[in-house]
Each structure stands twice: as structure tokens, then as C-alpha cells.
Design a protein around this ligand. Sequence first.
Ligand SMILES: Cc1cc2nc3c(=O)[nH]c(=O)nc-3n(C[C@H](O)[C@H](O)[C@H](O)COP(=O)(O)OP(=O)(O)OC[C@H]3O[C@@H](n4cnc5c(N)ncnc54)[C@H](O)[C@@H]3O)c2cc1C
Length: 584
Amino acid sequence: MAVSSLSSPLTHPLRRFSFHLSHLSKKPPVSSLFLCSAAKMSGHIHRVPALDEEEMASVAGKTFERYALPSSAKRNGKGVAILWFRNDLRVLDNEALYRAWSSSDTLLPVYCLDPRLFHTTHYFSFPKTGALRGAFLMECLADLRKNLIKRGVNLLIRSGKPEDILPSLAKDFGAHTVFGHKETCSEELQVERLVDQALKGVGNGTKLELIWGSTMYHKDDLPFDVLDLPDMYTQFRKSVEAKCRIRSSTRIPISLGPTPSVDNWGDVPTLGQLGIEPQEVTRGMRFVGGECAGVGRDLLKVYKETRNGMLGADYSTKFSPWLAFGCISPRFIYEEVRSFNPLSNVPKAHRSFHLCGKHLQVQRYERERVANNSTYWVLFELIWRDYFRFLSIKCGNSLFHLGGPRNVQGEWSQDKKLFESWRDGKTGYPIIDANMKELSTTGFMSNRGRQIVCSFLVRDMGLDWRMGAEWFETCLLDYDPCSNYGNWTYGAGVGNDPREDRYFSIPKQMHWRKKIQPESNSWAPPLIGGMRLGMFTARSVSCFQFRGRWFSNCCRPYLAYSVLDTQGRLKHKGEQCTRPGPRD
Ligand SMILES: Cc1cc2nc3c(=O)[nH]c(=O)nc-3n(C[C@H](O)[C@H](O)[C@H](O)COP(=O)(O)OP(=O)(O)OC[C@H]3O[C@@H](n4cnc5c(N)ncnc54)[C@H](O)[C@@H]3O)c2cc1C
């Protein structure tokens, strides 16, 4: 299926966000995650995080110092160890990095630009990595190299498959071990198997050691075998909250050197060299890749209040792109949340103030602030992330199959025109179009937006959910197979938990959103050119308005569409009975 060009000349500036403790103290609070971050705008673009290069470096520098291993810590290993960077592009809380350093006297960090990352998606042949995620990855690599150089090593960047590159390096440098982080999905597991086999083939005894490090709760600390993971998220959450401790993050020494002498460390490639046509962010949010940017991001304080916001920079944490590339770890976020004390720099005399009309004493504020709804809900969401990662081990490849983990049988359309109207934000439904345009323009979409467009594609259009999931795989900056396919199977009603089968009524959502976020319409101006859709059902009970009448989606759904030309004139009309919805 051809993928068309995705630029979106949209112009409306988004709201600014500001929250200040400045009346309490002139100094910013110590924790990097809690720095004031009124979104700075450049033209119509919000930079995320809202810090310039210098500010980011300063925040990161302080954070690295706070999380450093004391300089008295010594390594006791010998020889060369290779550190294979994968989706863990960070220095802080990187256990594989620590283990590689401590087990050797010389450390060689390597990143392989695997050509398979730039091929196409499995069923529908969309680009596997879209231009915005590709650019984000390159920024992550440049930032990682900078941070490693500051610690006396470097990052060797090679183009090719890890199973070819790593054994050849192991041989050339006589490495005793290749360390890396463990993944859970089949494509990544296959690479691990191939690397392991190829290292064995070298014949100098190099071992592959893979370490668990991507979740907040460690897999080995779960109160059950991961294959017995509860089918209900709530059960999982209650169980880990009651019975598990979150490990503290791994401290990394300030100096990691020496590193072997290497003739050519390799450049961070341009997108053109990877065969990707670059795409500029023309409006909305522009995420900056890399660990320094990740630790400079802060919106925890307003999280709960804005959790279900949509479109723009001013709600939810936006940690996901950095979490997906491993630029920050969930354990690091956890520690920052737990250690935050916003008043640590405030003189005693000023420790009494008004908040929401109430006069509060500092101690009470600290108590309420530290354990408030916002901080708890961030951890609650991170447990979702853990859950989907563990679920990918339990469910295996069924997560990618049409019937999902429960092997649900159904008829699904793969109508190209319908799909393209969804993909290009030309359905005529502003709430769908706005979200899809935000996705293709910025690489991001809110959680509620994702739920709504997923529900629309599956329940209202009756399309094969994998088309949507693969399009997300192409576009999302925060794409990760566990969270993406886990959420899509839930949204499509084929997930492991039959109760997670939620329908989002578009008229209801539109009505509500219009009231709270009128600027969302600026992403989806009235449609000229493209496709307009309407829903109706065999038995008409009111729900959707179509041709001036209300129709229901709780019976067998039909979809009517009209293709308009650029003057808004009708070119073609069609109707389609979508699959019987799970709610029929
Ligand atoms: C159809 C669909 C596809 C999705 N695909 C992805 C994906 O590929 N990668 C991804 O990271 N998230 C995915 N999500 C989950 C969620 O939408 C994003 O994690 C969230 O919107 C990221 O924004 P945030 O960092 O501001 O999140 P916040 O609301 O601030 O949450 C904090 C962190 O918790 C985690 N989190 C929150 N909600 C979820 C969730 N439902 N599932 C898993 N983790 C969660 C994320 O790591 C997030 O960064 C998907 C959701 C849906 C409905």
C-alpha cells in the first residue's frame, strides 16, 4: 500500500503552559524533572523539553552528578568488554553499562544501525521507521556519544546487522563479553539469538550477557512467574504494589575509560544516508532526542489534572519518546518522583503560602505535594507500561495476530480508501482528523487521542486493526512493540482481557472536547478535498448524525462515504457494511 507524503501546513499557535514556584523561591527546585517548564515556542512550534541546549546540559550535568557512583568505586575486571546499545540509549541507570565497565579494564560501547529497522512493516509495508522517529534516534545517538565522551569513552557507530558487527569486533578486540539489555518481542529476540550463535562461531569464548532493565519492577521480583501474569491489569498492579519493591537505579561512575583505540568511530548518519526523506516539524510539538533532553522534561506536577487532555504540549508528562528509546528509565523517574521536595531551597520564613485559596503550612504542602495525585498517577501509568512489556512475554506473537491473544474470530475490511482517509486525517470528523494530523506532523498523539482513533478505525470503519497499529509503528516517536500492539489489541477487543473492550462514541467525545479544548479544531479545519464519512446502522437508534439524521453504532454498523474534490464538490459516493462490531 502506497504511503503518501504527510506534511501538514497548519498554523494555529497552541496555548502556553506555566506553573511557577517562583513566589516561593528564586532558585529552581533541585530535581531536574521538576524544573519550571513554561513551553517556549519558536514560531508555532513547542520545543519539548522547553529548555535550550545550555539549560539542558546544565540540568543533565547536575542530574548525572546526583546519580554518580562515588569516585572511590573501583572496577575489578580485566580485558575488554563490549557494550551493545539497543533501546537503552542512556548513561544513567544503565545496568548493562555498569556491568560492562566493572567486569573489564577497557570498555567499547557500540551501536549498530540495523538496516532491518529501516525496512517496512510486517503486513502492510509502511516504512518501519518514519522520518520523525529516525531523526529522534539520530539525536539520541549524538547525545549518547557526547555523554560517553565526557566520561572518557566514545560510541562506535557502525551500519549493519548486530550479528555481523559484534562478532567481528569481539574478534578484533579480544572481548570476553558482549553486554546488552534484554528485549521481549520476536524480532528483537531473533537478533539476540543470531548474535549469540555468531559469537559462538568466532571461537574465542566471547559470551553474550543480556540484562533485564527496561521496566520499573524487575522481572525477577514479580510475585508470580511472568507466564502466569494476571489477565487483568488491576490485579497485576495491586499485586506488584503490595508485594514488590522497586530497585534503586544503578549508579554509574563519572569516568568509564579507558576505551580501546579505534581508527574510525563512525558518524551519526543523516536520514538521507539511511534512505529516509527528512521531514520538518512545521507546527505543534518538536521533541528533542537524547538523554539530556529526557531528564530536562517536567510536567509531573500537573499530570493528574491534565491526563486526559488532547492536542498540544500542556498535558501529561510526554516521557514516552525517551522511555521508548531508553534515554530515561522508569526507575529513574520513580526515584525522582519519590525524592522530590519542592521547597528544599525555600528559606524558613517563606514556608507558608496560599494555594488554591487555602493557607498552607510548608510541611503540609510538602506532604501533599510529594504524594499528590499527579505523582501517583505517573507511577500508575508506568505500571501499565510494565504490564504490556511482561504481557508480550506471556502472549508471544499472538500480540501481532489479527485475532490477538484471545484469537477472536471476525470479519475485518482492508479497504484502502477508508484507511487512507483515516491515515491522512480526511475523515471529516474533526476529532479524528485533528489527532491524525498531529501524529503525522509531530510524531505524537495523546493517550485519549490514540484510544479514540483506534476505536474509530476498528469499531466504526470496521478495518483490520493491524493497519492502524502498523501506521502507528511508522509514525510514533514513542513506538515500542509491547505498548503499541498491547494497546491496539485492547482497543480492537482482541486483547487478553475481554473486559478491556472500550468503544469511544465520536459525537460524545467531540461535544466534550469542543467545550474544553476549542483550539483542537485548528488541526482539522473544515474539509475540502478528501473523504467525508458518515455512520448509520441497519436498525436506527440515535447516536451518530448523518445526512441530518441520527444513527446508532450499537447495531450492525454501516459506513457511508463521499469523496470530495478540492472545491468541495462531490466526486464519488459509496457505502460499506463493516464487520459486525463486538457490541452487536
Ligand atoms: C492505540 C494505542 C497505541 C499506543 N502505542 C504506544 C506506543 O507505541 N508506545 C508507548 O510508549 N505508548 C503507547 N501507547 C500508550 C500511551 O498512549 C502513551 O504511552 C502515552 O500517550 C504517552 O504520553 P505521555 O508520556 O505523556 O504519557 P503519560 O500519560 O504521562 O504516562 C507516563 C508514562 O506511562 C506510560 N504509559 C501511559 N499510558 C500507557 C499505556 N496505555 N500503555 C503503556 N504505557 C503507558 C508511558 O511510558 C508514559 O510515558 C498507546 C496507546 C494506545 C491507545
